[in-house]
Design a protein around this ligand. Structure first.
Ligand code: FMN
Length: 370
């Protein structure tokens, strides 16, 4: 397979906000990470001072698979925006739980309070109980994505039009004018819209309406396959989409030490929680006809990091990780979404020991290309 470098912009970095308990791996290994606000406030400040552009909050409404407690995503995101100066914070939101006008309004306000740093990650829902226990209908897979697509179109219309007028199968707008609109930021027509999902339905939505596509952890060819599908659909609609790739980073002084940490995470996995999660997500994905839904082919080890983050293989010495990132960049990755065992320590370690090598390699690539 040959690959033309799809972009030459510096890589961007985001981290998973640990706003749910249990950390980013479903394992009983020690994790010096806390889901509370005080920890997260310091983490956000550390992140923006160590090269991170974005933070991504998670949304879960109910205890599930190792995540017994959770802080709500939009309010937590706003708190982090107010505690930082440059970091953009992406709030995860479910279309089935929000009316598009209410969400557009909330984010417009958050955008004003933060000088144009608010963003959203639209998640379609994989956890049936979360919907049914709140008395909300649980739609079949394809319908969930039709709703997501409509939701994104409506939110964008509200942010950009003075007379938002739309009528669809899930939502309606009648000459709606949001005031104030979000902050005007150069190069950003409205707060950025992120979105994730592996299925064919999800790839189509990403190509047609989102600004960013988040990929679960992948190896190089796995990422390229998604890149081809999503950017192909985007091109058919005369648009471009940027790509974020999830990866669980274990950067240590030696590769042996990093591999040993991975081995220990998996050896100490909370088997019952991992298997319960595996069953729930496979059911959610199995309703897709082509079985391409996320987690369809995830092994037990993959599911210990619930977004397949080991597959990206950001595990080893800082140089090895930086090289791997550049290889992914050549295939179209614009941003890495990173998770860690010990967030505060490792975010700082990334800024001091991995990022400078990435930037050096990017400068060398640019020189070669000139
Ligand atoms: C980076 C990323 C972040 C996600 N965050 C959340 C989240 O916070 N809450 C949630 O319910 N689902 C979340 N999801 C799950 C997706 O919305 C979707 O349900 C899942 O990827 C399955 O999609 P598929 O059936 O199209 O493969 C996330 C997915 C990705 C890739």
């Amino acid at each position: 397979m040959t690959h033309t470098p799809p972009h030459t912009d510096p890589l961007k970095f985001a981290y998973w906000v640990p706003n749910v308990s249990g950390g980013l791996v479903v394992s009983k290994i020690e994790q010096r990470t806390d889901w509370g606000y005080e920890y997260n406030k310091v983490l956000a400040q550390l992140a923006e001072n160590n090269g991170f552009d974005y933070a991504l909050t998670q949304v879960r409404y109910m205890a599930s698979y190792g995540a017994d407690h959770q802080h709500e995503s939009t309010s937590f995101s706003l708190a982090l925006l107010l505690a930082t100066e440059r970091l953009k914070v992406i709030a995860a939101v479910h279309p089935g739980m929000w009316q598009p006008g209410v969400l557009a309004k909330y984010i417009a306000t958050a955008d004003h309070l933060s000088g144009g740093r608010a963003a959203i990650n639209v998640v379609s829902g994989w956890f049936k109980d979360e919907f049914t226990k709140m008395g909300e209908p649980w739609l079949e897979h394809g319908e969930r994505y039709r709703r997501t697509e409509e939701f994104i179109r409506y939110v964008r219309e509200i942010w950009t039009s003075e007379h938002a007028e739309l009528s669809g199968d899930f939502y309606r707008l009648h000459d709606f004018d949001l005031k104030p609109k979000p902050v005007e930021v150069e190069g950003r027509p409205h707060p950025e819209i992120f979105f994730g999902g592996n299925s064919t339905d999800a790839r189509g939505v990403a190509g047609r309406v989102t600004d960013w596509y988040f990929s679960n952890g992948k190896d190089l060819d796995g990422f390229s396959e998604q890149y081809a599908d999503v950017s192909g659909e985007a091109a058919r609609h005369d648009r471009t989409v940027k790509f974020g790739l999830n990866g669980f980073m274990i950067a240590r002084d030696s590769e042996k030490e990093a591999r040993e940490t991975l081995r220990e995470i998996v050896a100490k996995a909370d088997t019952e929680a991992v298997e319960g999660f595996g069953d729930a997500v496979k059911q959610a994905g199995q309703s897709t006809s082509d079985k391409k839904g996320m987690w369809q082919d995830s092994s037990f080890e993959d599911l210990v990091q619930y977004n397949d983050g080991f597959r990206t293989n950001l595990i080893g010495r800082p140089e090895q990780i930086a090289e791997r990132m550049i290889d992914f960049k050549k295939r179209g990755v614009n941003l890495f979404l990173l998770g860690y065992l010990h967030f505060q320590e490792e975010v700082e370690h990334f800024g001091k020991h991995v990022l400078p090598i990435v930037r050096e390699m990017e400068a060398e690539e640019a020189e070669r290309a000139a």
